[in-house]
Design a protein. Sequence first.
Length: 115
Amino acid sequence: MRNNPALDSVLSALADPTRRRILEMLLEDDMAVTDVAEPFEMSLAAISKHLGILTRAGLIAQEKRGRVKWCKLNPDALRGTSIWMQSFGQFDAVDLDAFETFLERQLGSDDQSGA
């Protein structure tokens, strides 16, 4: 088995439900770190650790705009993971538009189940 640190990093980042939720939130638009943290019942420091993992995996980018640190989704980071999955022959290429639609539906069903 080949060593693939980039793939390991992406899959590890996606393994955590908080990080997946953050990615779902960033589908909508760039967000300030404080806005990302708002819906979670954890400290800003804990959210910053999750954001650091997502950044190191290449799934998001963070940039400072004035005094505020912003997060932006980088969906192209999933391309290598998609190619790896295709090597098994039973997975189609990840259609990022379809993936976005799927995540939006998941968000909608989560919102409805909580009501």
